[in-house]
Design a protein around this ligand. Structure first.
Ligand code: GDP
Length: 298
């Protein structure tokens, strides 16, 4: 995903190798090159500005007598600032004191919500939990069947709309799903919701109604890292319309420029919690800002 950005940054750093110390002109030139690299990677402009200001300030203040040479110093600063914009610490799921813990998924159609539901369920099952998937995406044809398929692959139960479970009414299905989870002692409920191809008021209202009905412990906003600059507007729309407690980046295995991934934490103020890196259920892990930064810096 970050190949171009990694290559660009490597070129910037290589021009600093062999320099005994950094002049203000070197710092300016380096900052300019990093700025172009980030903008080309589709990182949102406000995020780029903050990032570059921090790099300049820290590079100017860097201790010339330090053990690191200038190139190493700049790499260290860029690394630390990348970790910072990616959220610093890894943020873990918050579980309810009284189970079940309710995790609601929200995001655009095609972002990877249903796949993620299966991934998260498998991951949680591996940690000894007994998750239940609840199918509240009644918009997209086949979404319920798809959830049943990923549920089977993950080896977890799926609660789907049927007569008596609130057919055609996602809020009704969500509520019945929670009751079902309690009666069957599922300690975690993952609620899949409908997405549209674009942000739309009806979709937001439906997601907000489900939220109000199930009172989730976590709302995960599922974001396709391939959608480029649009990601920022989409994230903002979901933050305003539904609100969320964590972000999941999907399709990090893709070859798009990846700026969304680098912008969303700072734009929304909400931590990235998980990363999805392929179509298989096992292609999923906790998001670690430090590991992502190291990956970008190569
Ligand atoms: P939903 O509409 O949000 O429920 O999205 P889906 O879960 O149906 O995913 C849409 C498409 O993206 C499917 O073809 C998935 O297989 C694919 N997909 C989901 N996550 C990933 C990922 O991390 N990497 C890749 N390459 N494909 C993914």
């Amino acid at each position: 995903m970050f190949d171009t950005l990694s290559d660009r940054l490597a070129t910037v750093f290589s021009t600093l190798r062999g320099k005994g110390r950094l002049t203000p002109a070197d710092i300016d030139a380096t900052a300019r090159e990093i700025r172009i690299a980030l903008l080309e990677a589709d990182v949102a402009l406000p995020v780029v500005r903050t990032f570059i200001a921090a790099i300049k300030e820290r590079a100017t203040a860097a201790d010339v007598s330090a053990a690191l040479n200038p190139a190493q110093q700049v790499i260290k600063i860029v690394n630390e600032e990348l970790v910072d914009i990616l959220g610093g610490e890894t943020r873990r799921l918050v579980f309810a004191k009284n189970p079940p813990t309710v995790i609601m998924l929200a995001g655009l159609q095609g972002a990877g919500k249903t796949t993620l539901a299966g991934k998260l369920a498998l991951w949680l099952r591996g940690q000894g939990h007994a998750p239940l998937l609840v199918a509240c995406d009644l918009q997209r044809p086949n979404a319920v069947t798809q959830l049943q398929v990923v549920g089977e692959q993950a080896g977890v139960a799926v609660f789907a709309p049927e007569p008596g479970n609130g057919v055609g009414d996602p809020v009704g299905v969500a509520k019945s799903g929670i009751e079902f989870a309690k009666s069957k002692l599922h300690d975690i409920v993952i609620v899949d919701t409908a997405g549209r191809l674009g942000v739309d008021a009806e979709l937001m209202q439906q997601a907000a109604d489900i939220r109000d009905a199930v009172d989730p412990n976590e709302i995960l906003f599922v974001l396709d890292a391939m959608i480029g600059q649009d990601a920022v507007n989409t994230a903002q729309a979901f933050a305003d319309g539904v609100g969320f407690t964590g972000v999941v980046l999907t399709k990090l295995d893709g070859d798009a420029r990846g700026g969304a991934a680098l912008s969303v934490r700072q734009i929304t103020g909400v931590p990235i919690m998980f990363a999805s890196t392929g179509e298989k259920l096992a292609d999923f892990d906790t998001f670690h800002p430090d590991r992502m930064a190291s990956r970008i810096l190569g």
